[in-house]
Ligand binder design. Structure first.
Ligand SMILES: Cc1ncc(COP(=O)(O)O)c(C=O)c1O
Length: 400
């Protein structure tokens, strides 16, 4: 009898976490490492949010709470959905979890049956496919390319839908490409989805506020209200509010689905951290202007990184609309040897040699189901980014 479950055997450890760990390990050994692998802001959590957490502690808000969120946080989320997305939800339609990851996990695990298909535009976030596989479902990747701005076309979506399609999993702005869809782009996809009544939509809006150059955000149920009844709108505090460690994610959706997610959560983690929940109330209800300020810095860094990487031999780096990632192609480096004699056959070989030879950690495209490319997170200091890009240029120039 095998010790490990068959469902665990179906999944891989998170590649982004693995690369970040490896970078930390090398740093601890005294190596000069610059890590561009983590998907988290280098900015600290704003003071008013920290103060709210301290108040919660002092006031003894340290007990179990309702499984899927305190009413005060649900109300703050309801107000946020109305303010930013013109979506109306009631408390029974809101689920709060330990990070957006748990919310996605709950939704998929609560609904997937063996063989159910989940359409995922690729390149995509590392965890989507593994959560689907853990739930017994089948990820169906639909490739997007640099030429079409890494945006899914309505024709490709239509072609991927089968009678077994349970979910369409959508993410804009995207991790790892930074690509964002305009309201018009979203409408083209919702027109397809409207005709397929059995397909549910899970939209991961976690990078909603990290959009640049005057682009505006549009979410599925807002663009097409007729899809409201079968859309789960997921979001979280990790990225825009610089709260990755607080583990706060949430979703709004149909009451029946939210109830099923609550049932699953009640038998796993129960409520998310009470103190983080009170901090999240302040984050959503308090001042929002720091997001715009942070975005100014992100835009400067994005432009810097795109310009430097696009100049590197064998790389081609498009300029994304949002999030804090760039996703350069490394096609021009495949088949070459590094200065130390390592043959680069894949994007994984490229990032491994880059880490070993130049001390720069990035994540290979294969982890996001989009090769040959790699993901660079520019949520790190401008000085570190300049140095890292110079090292990448040097590494590429040394390939033969
Ligand atoms: C696209 C996407 N969705 C969801 C998450 C989950 O974030 P968290 O669990 O920190 O809310 C991440 C984090 O990297 C992400 O990039």
């Amino acid at each position: 009898m095998p010790f490990l479950s068959a469902s665990l055997e179906r999944i891989q450890p998170s590649a982004t976490i693995a690369v970040s760990m490896k970078a930390r390990e090398l740093k601890a050994q005294g190596r000069d490492i610059i890590s561009l692998s983590a998907g988290e802001p280098d900015f600290d959590t704003p003071q008013n949010i920290k103060d709210a957490a301290k108040r919660a502690l002092d006031e003894g808000k340290t007990k179990y709470t309702d499984v899927d969120g305190i009413p005060e946080l649900k109300d703050a989320i309801i107000a946020k959905f109305k303010r930013d997305n013109n979506l109306d939800y009631e408390r029974a339609q809101i689920s709060v979890g330990t990070g957006g990851k748990q919310v996605l996990f709950n939704a998929l695990l609560a609904t997937l049956n063996p063989g159910d298909e989940v359409i995922i535009p690729a390149p995509c976030w590392v965890s989507y496919a593994d959560i689907v596989l853990l739930g017994g479902g089948k990820p169906v990747f639909v490739e997007t390319t640099m030429d079409n701005g890494f945006r899914l076309s309505p024709e490709a979506l239509e072609a991927a839908i089968t009678p077994k399609t349970k979910w369409f999993l959508f993410n804009s702005p995207s991790n790892p490409t930074g690509a964002a869809y305009s309201a018009q782009d979203v409408k083209a996809l919702t027109d397809v989805l409207l005709a397929h009544e059995n397909v549910w939509i899970l939209t991961d809006d976690i990078y909603e506020h990290l959009l640049y150059d005057g682009s505006t955000f549009a979410t599925i149920a807002q663009v097409e209200p007729r899809l409201y009844e079968r859309t789960l709108t997921m979001n979280g505090l990790s990225k825009a509010y610089c709260m990755t460690g607080w583990r706060m994610g949430y979703a709004g959706g149909p009451q029946k689905l939210i109830g099923a997610m609550r049932k699953l959560q009640s038998q796993s983690t129960s409520n998310p951290c009470s103190i983080s929940q009170w901090a999240a109330v302040e984050a959503l209800n308090g001042p929002q202007d720091f997001i715009k300020e942070n975005n100014k810095t992100y835009v400067e860094r994005r432009d810097l990184v795109v310009a430097l990487l696009d100049k590197a031999e064998g790389l081609s780096c498009p300029k994304p609309e949002g999030a804090f990632y760039v996703y350069p192609s490394c096609k021009g480096t495949i088949g070459k040897n590094t200065a130390k004699g390592t043959l680069i056959k894949t994007d994984e070989d490229f990032v491994t040699a880059l880490l070993e030879e130049e001390g720069v950690a990035a994540v290979h495209g294969a982890a996001f189901h989009g090769s040959p490319a790699f993901r660079v997170s520019y949520a790190t200091s401008t000085q570190a980014l300049k140095e890292a890009c110079a090292r990448i240029q040097k590494f590429c120039a040394g390939l033969k």
